[in-house]
Design a protein around this ligand. Sequence first.
Ligand code: SAM
Length: 174
Amino acid sequence: MNRHPGGEAHTEAMLEHVVLPEGAGILDMGAGAGETVRLLRRKGLNARGIDLLPRSSLVERGDLLHTGFPEKCFDAVISQCAFFVSGNVFGALREAHRILKTGGFLLLSDVFTEDPVFRLQSAGFAVLYSENLTGLWREYYLEALWKEDAACSFPRGKVTYWMLIGRRNENGSV
Ligand SMILES: C[S@@+](CC[C@H](N)C(=O)[O-])C[C@H]1O[C@@H](n2cnc3c(N)ncnc32)[C@H](O)[C@@H]1O
C-alpha cells in the first residue's frame, strides 16, 4: 500500500520530469512496502529500496540518513513522505546528495516547515521543478485520519507539502 498522497499517479507524475535510461540505478529512501520500487522496476529501472522497517521483501533494511552506499553510485534517488519523518530533512538531503552521481536526479515529495527550494539548493541541488501540493496532502491526511490509518503524526506549525525535482550540481557540495 502506498503511504503518500496521490499514490502511483503521483509517482508517475514525478517521473515525467526526468529522463532515465533503461537500467538506470535508482534508490527509494524510506520505501515502506516497496510499491514505488515495484513500479520503477516495471519501467525497466534498476530500483532498490531501503527502510528502517521494511514492509515487504522488495525493500532492504537501512537508514536513509546513513545508507552505507558508496559515493556517487545512483543515477536517481526518490523519496516520498520519508525525509520529514526521519526527523532530519537536511541530513537526508545530504545523504541523497552524497550517493547521487553528478547530474543525478532527486525526486522528492514531502512535508516542509521552511522554503523547500532554498532547502534543496543549500544541500547542493539545482531545483528543476517545484509544485506545492499541500491541498492534496491535506485531503490524503484527513481521509487517513477518518480511516484511523494515518501514516505519520500531524506536524505542528506551518507546514506545506511539495513535489520537488532536483539535480545534483556539478560542483555541488554541502
Ligand atoms: C509515510 S511512510 C512512506 C513510505 C513510502 N515512501 C510510501 O510512500 O509508501 C514513511 C517511511 O519512512 C520510513 N523511515 C522513517 N525514518 C527512516 C530512516 N531514518 N531510514 C529509513 N526509513 C525511514 C518509515 O519506516 C516509513 O516506512
